[in-house]
Design a protein around this ligand. Structure first.
Ligand SMILES: [Fe+2]
Length: 321
């Protein structure tokens, strides 16, 4: 019996990776190597499990907003939200994340976005509402608190010349919502989701699935300010049950804006690891054998942690069966 289950799981893993690589959506990787390096294949089987239990309205790459009336209130109050975001930005509320001395700099989920000047300010994140946001953006927080489907929210700024290179997000836990607040209203400022181009406009919403390939550019001469939210993936009750491990994982990724906010486990770990990684790069130049010993120790530890997580996941599946 156990052997049959293991064979079925292995077939599901192979099948789901084949589907994600070759059949899902329109946009394609340049080759299987790129998918392995950038497509987060380790998460693919579990993501596919969630796709199976996802409701029809949430299956396209870009959703039809008419099917998500619960988000309408945000759209109707976009000017209220914009006012708070612009005031916050004028007071320097977005500047903390560029300071390596600040805990807010160490954001494992969005670290790759910093390269081109992207900045953000968290409002809430998977069960935690930031104290700094309650203080600076009370009306936005109040609006968000009325919508239980919102798992997380932040203000996000993409400056002129900024870009997010082509990628997909690893976990299918939530859908991503964008509400244009203060944008260039220009076609040169856009996001491409699964090869469909969308240009932000003030007051207009966009809801899409981040596990399709996407990238963004701001080639206009003005910054793009939006409200960005994680919206609960609409699924059957069983799908919601399966989604719980992802939500626990996301809780660990709470990143503070200021010292008054809570820090998630990943933020604490990441802020310790980054200076060590920078030191290890210097070690590579001065003492190659020591660098290699360190690299294999770290990689080995990570593999052990990963193996432990997979073992726990399999135990969970067997428990469900
Ligand atoms: Fe993304």
């Amino acid at each position: 019996m156990t052997t049959l289950i293991m064979i079925a799981l292995a077939l599901f893993v192979i099948g789901s990776m084949t589907y994600a690589y070759a059949y899902r959506g329109q946009a394609r990787w340049s080759g299987f190597g790129e998918y392995v390096r950038k497509g987060w294949p380790i998460f693919t089987p579990f993501n596919c499990l969630l796709y199976i239990f996802t409701k029809a309205k949430a299956r396209p790459a870009i959703m039809n907003m008419a099917e998500f009336p619960e988000l309408k209130e945000l759209e109707e109050n976009w000017e209220v939200i914009r006012k708070e975001a612009i005031e916050l930005m004028a007071e320097g509320g977005f500047d903390q994340i560029t300071d390596k001395e600040s805990a807010s700099y160490y954001d494992i989920g969005f670290r790759t976005f910093y390269k081109y000047g992207w900045t953000k300010f968290y409002l809430n994140w998977y069960g935690y509402t930031h104290e700094s946001a309650k203080r600076t953006c009370p009306r936005t927080i109040e609006l968000l608190s009325k919508i239980p489907q919102v798992n997380g929210a932040m203000f996000s700024v993409l400056p002129p010349g900024g870009q997010l290179t082509r990628h997909l997000d690893p976990v299918a836990c939530s859908l991503r919502y964008h509400l244009g607040l203060d944008t260039p209203n220009d076609d040169r400022c856009y996001i491409s989701v699964d090869d469909t181009k969308y240009s932000w406009r003030d007051g207009d919403p966009l809801l899409f699935d981040v596990t399709f390939l996407h990238f963004a550019h701001n080639d206009a001469d003005k910054s793009r300010l939006i409200l960005m939210c994680d919206i609960d993936r609409p699924m059957s009750w069983f799908g919601h049950l399966l989604n719980l491990p992802y939500k626990w994982l996301m809780k660990a990724t709470v990143v503070p804006n200021t010292d008054e906010d809570k820090r998630g486990f990943a933020n604490k770990t990441f802020s310790t690891l980054v200076p060590l990684l920078e030191k290890s790069k210097r070690l590579k130049e001065t003492n190659l054998p020591a660098y290699k010993a360190l690299k294999y120790t770290v990689n080995g530890t990570l593999m052990l942690i990963l193996a432990g997580l997979i073992w726990l996941f399999l135990k969970f599946i067997f428990w469900l069966l």
